[in-house]
Structures are given as C-alpha cells and as structure tokens.
Design a protein around this ligand. Structure first.
Ligand code: HEC
Ligand code: HEC
Length: 332
C-alpha cells in the first residue's frame, strides 16, 4: 500500500520532468493517457484553476461567462476525454481564442500538460491520498482499522471507532459518562483508560479485547479494530493526525473501502436486532439496498438527519460511496 503510493508520487515526479518530451515526441501518434497514473483533481488540477483563473472567473465575477472556482464550474468548460475540444484547454493554449488565458501570463507547460492529461483521462473528480507520516516507534503487528497496515493514528483510525461504538448517547458520551468513563476525545480517553505503551494494562483495550464492551446487546468491535487499539497504545498512544489514506483514483471495491467505511462509522448502531430505525448496514446486501434507496447518501450528507450522529465521514469517503454506487455496486 505504502509502496504503491511511493510509486505513484515517483511517477508524478517523472511525469512532470519527462512529459514535455514525451508529448513533443508523441504529438502525432497520440498519447495513451490511460496507461499513465491518474492525475488527481483535488491536489493537482483544482489548485491551478483556483490560483490562476478564479480571480477573474469566480462565482460572482464570471468573465466572458465562465467560472473556474470549483469542480462543477470547471467541469462545465471541458469535454471529458477530449482536451482539444475543451474550451478550458483551448483558452490556456490560445487555440481559437484571440486572447490566451490567463491574460496576465500563460500557464507553465507542466500545468498545461497536467490539465490536458486530466481531461483526456475523463476529467474525473479524483481525490488522492496524501502521504502518511510515520510516527516514531510505529511498526506494530496486525491490521489497522483503516486497512493501511502498521501506522495507526488516533484521529483517523481510533477516534471514529470510539465515537460510534462507545461515546454514544446514554453510554460514554460527555453527559452520561457511565462508570466515570468519557470516551469522546483524546484527552478524555487518556484520563483514566489508557496506559501508553501497555495495552494489557489499559482498560480501553482490555474491555474491548475480551468482548466485555460494548455490552452484549451492542455490536462488538471486530478484530482489525481491536488490533488497531492495541497497536496504537503499544506504540505510545500518541494523538496522531495522519493524513487521509482515502483515495478515489482506482477502482472502489466493497471489500477494501465500502465495508470499512461502514464498519468504522455505522455498523455499531446499524446491525443485528439492535439496528437503529431498523436500518442494517452490516452486509453487502443491506448496504447495497440502502445505497439504492438513497438513504445512506442522504444520511451522511445530513440531508435527512446527520449520520454518524455528532460526526461525519470525509468528503473522500462520500465520493467513494458515490463512485461504488455509480459503478454498479459489485461485491468486489
Ligand atoms: C486577469 C483576469 C483573468 C484571468 C486570471 C483569467 N481570465 Fe479568462 N477571461 C478574462 C476576461 C476579461 C475574459 C473575457 C474576454 C472577452 O470576452 O474577450 C475571459 C474569458 C475567458 C474565456 C472565454 C473566452 C471566449 O472567447 O469566450 C475562457 C474559456 C477563459 N477566460 C478561461 C480562463 C482560464 C482557464 C483561466 C485560468 C487558466 C483564465 N481564464 C484566467 C479574464 C481572466
Ligand atoms: C451512534 C449510533 C449511530 C451511528 C454510529 C450511526 N447511526 Fe444511523 N441512526 C442512528 C439512530 C439513533 C437513527 C434513528 C434516528 C431517528 O430516527 O431520529 C439512525 C438512523 C439512520 C438512518 C435512517 C434515516 C431516516 O431518514 O430514517 C440511516 C439511513 C442511517 N442512520 C445511516 C447511517 C450511516 C450511513 C451511518 C454511518 C456513516 C450511521 N447511520 C451511523 C444511530 C447511529
């Protein structure tokens, strides 16, 4: 996983350095953009438009009738898979226009190439993972709840699980804090539940490891979640904020992404006979059914009610749900 990311970054650097050459050489044969690493809209394309175009092409000030301030406005000026036909690309190369855009200085060749490859790859709303900083002393065993291997970060990997499985209304939330345990933040967990470095002397780990907690009528944590808590405590129980490992450049699968989004954010309240509102989200069939009827997407965007209560999934995770839905909801 991390190796893959390194390769991706490497390929991007190489692309940046050698693409001008390749383009010059291949101009007549056409460029096979599909074999290239997908260009990331959120980290590589949007910043160009926001920095170089949005001053004159904002929502309120759309010079020439064009806006370039968010994905939808930019997308409306491109022809997916065909940069040469795209008005945005014509404008930055000066083809068919009297004035090259931006008027105050052309984009660099590298920027124009990135935009071209992005459009030729379909102008997708791709989001890319940012690199994950390795915390000192990390290298634990087992899987992590986010499926990213050995690095476990409290904010990204542990807190969402604790909030949805322990810090809930009537249990270990701020108001109730049953048995004196408030499990809603790093500080509160560190007060009396965690002994950094010693998972087996930490109530937080021992209670979930032997399935004492959550109580019997609730969904227990799964093995990956328990392992994550173990590794996190073992490695010093730091308040790590890792960059997101979520990305939408590849195929989104049920096994790798969708089931994890559900188990980390939803399953604790939506499984078995205990399922809130009778909404089940603990199997392929139930997730598919609730995506098809629109209720998951509405709930995670807070259109009906906000799910998970008191939190939210990331934009990237939302996008993964939309992409998996759009690609036919395979049990892959
Ligand atoms: C300094 C202000 C400014 C910036 C920055 C700027 N534009 Fe423009 N743009 C204009 C103006 C003014 C017009 C209207 C020109 C006209 O109508 O002749 C325009 C028109 C356009 C048009 C329509 C052209 C046509 O002939 O209808 C497109 C497309 C466009 N800009 C794209 C871009 C893109 C893409 C960027 C960033 C890479 C950009 N612009 C940056 C000022 C700007
Ligand atoms: C802490 C417990 C909890 C978690 C975690 C949780 N839910 Fe819920 N969910 C509820 C409760 C309680 C209701 C019923 C709310 C009501 O009827 O007022 C509900 C209702 C729903 C409904 C029905 C909405 C409707 O309009 O009737 C959907 C869909 C839903 N949740 C989806 C999700 C999804 C998706 C997630 C994860 C991203 C999630 N929930 C996480 C407790 C939770």
């Amino acid at each position: 996983m991390k190796g893959g990311k390194t390769v991706q970054i490497f390929v991007h650097v190489i692309l940046g350095l050698t693409l001008p050459l390749i383009l010059v050489q291949c101009r007549h044969e056409g460029l096979n953009v599909n074999t290239m690493t997908p260009v990331c809209y959120n980290t590589e394309i949007e910043p160009i438009f926001l920095n170089k175009c949005a001053t004159c092409h904002s929502q309120s000030k759309s010079k020439g009738g064009f806006g370039f301030y968010d994905y939808n406005s930019i997308f409306s000026s491109v022809t997916p898979y065909d940069a040469q036909k795209s008005i945005a690309y014509k404008a930055i190369t000066g083809k068919g226009f009297t004035q090259l855009m931006p008027p105050d200085g052309a984009l660099s060749e590298n920027e124009r190439i990135l935009i071209r490859v992005w459009i030729d790859q379909g102008a997708k709303n791709t989001m890319c993972a940012t690199t994950t900083p390795v915390l000192p002393g990390n290298g634990g065993k087992g899987g992590s709840s986010s499926g990213t291997g050995d690095v476990v970060c409290f904010q990204r990997d542990i807190l969402p699980v604790l909030l949805s499985s322990c810090g809930t209304t009537g249990c270990h939330d701020q108001t109730t804090h049953r048995d004196g345990y408030n499990i809603t933040s790093y500080a509160s967990v560190m007060t009396n539940l965690v002994k950094a470095g010693s998972p087996n002397s930490s109530r937080l780990y021992t209670a979930v490891a032997n399935n004492n907690m959550p109580p019997n009528s609730y969904t227990k944590l799964n093995t990956a979640q328990k392992d994550s808590i173990y590794n996190w405590i073992k490695n010093g129980a730091q308040n790590g904020t890792c960059a997101s490992s979520c990305d939408t450049t590849g195929v989104v699968t049920y096994q790798k992404q969708i089931s994890l989004i559900m188990s980390n954010n939803c399953v604790s309240c939506h499984s078995g006979s205990n399922a809130n509102k009778g909404v089940l989200l603990d199997s392929y069939a139930s997730v598919k059914a609730n995506l098809d009827n629109g209720s998951i997407l509405k709930a995670v965007q807070g259109i009906t009610l906000q799910m998970p209560p008191g939190g939210h999934i990331t934009d990237c995770e939302l996008r993964q749900l939309e992409l998996w839905k759009a690609s036919g909801e395979l049990q892959n």
